[in-house]
Design a protein around this ligand. Structure first.
Ligand code: SAM
Length: 219
């Protein structure tokens, strides 16, 4: 099996399980028109994020890495009346496109977009109500730092999901000088026997290729 098969299987899942939603397709179109890189989660993964939010009955969601807000909107749509997503984005242009997409999809009042390098903006969230669900999907070199920072914004049961932790298997290269790979491996070293985090990881194939997620629960 190969990328072509993975794409077809993803499409089969979409046809069977994810009702066609022109609004979500318009988000991707707007991103394309604004020339954002198409590195959003896939539709099946967006739906997975949405189901995580539902499973947790999450009220407060944190996302690191907004891009055009595709993943943000999937999550925001699953929130209860008083629920919020706080999403952190470094690039002002991405944040602007995302904000427009949130208006277009009717979730603007549920989402706070905070512009700046996440390592600077995360500490400003200390003292707020802890987050129930946290999705980390930004610059992979900073993943170990993000794990440490989000722990300060968590409580017992907070669920953390980290995207792109396999990278076509390049994760295995202990000699890699690629900062993303080094960051991912450092994150795994941090998770190894972490006193506060109970973790697993899973590999994924699909329309976006071969990659994977880390899933961790705060004990
Ligand atoms: N979660 C988005 C989705 O699925 O639709 C995709 C996010 S994209 C993979 C990563 C985003 O993180 C980019 O928009 C990038 O500008 C942003 N980013 C990179 N470095 C960052 C940093 N230090 N702080 C905050 N955001 C950052």
């Amino acid at each position: 099996s190969n990328l072509d098969t993975w794409k077809q299987v993803d499409q089969y899942f979409i046809d069977q399980l994810i009702p066609a939603d022109p609004v979500m397709e318009n988000v991707l179109k707007a991103n394309e028109e604004a020339e954002l890189p198409s590195i959003d989660v896939s539709a099946t993964q967006g739906k997975m994020l949405q189901l995580f939010v539902k499973m947790k009955a999450a009220k407060n969601v944190l996302e690191i890495g907004t891009l055009g807000g595709y993943s943000t909107i999937w999550m925001a749509k699953a929130l209860p009346e008083n629920g919020h997503v706080t999403t952190l984005e470094f690039n002002p242009k991405h944040a602007e496109v995302a904000t427009r997409n949130m208006e277009m999809t009717g979730v603007r009042d549920k989402v706070e977009v905070i512009v700046g390098p996440a390592l600077d903006t995360l500490p400003t969230l200390e003292g707020r109500e802890p987050f129930d669900f946290i999705f980390i999907d930004a610059d992979k070199n900073n993943n170990p730092h993000y794990i440490k920072e989000v722990l300060k914004l968590s409580k017992h049961g907070t669920t953390i999901l980290v995207d792109n932790v396999v990278r076509d298997g390049r994760l295995l290269d202990s000699e890699s000088k690629d900062k993303s790979i080094m960051g991912i491996r450092e994150m795994f070293d941090l998770l190894n026997n972490h006193p506060q985090l109970d973790s697993t990881a899973f590999q994924t194939v699909g329309s976006k290729g071969y990659d994977g997620f880390v899933l961790a629960v705060v004990t």
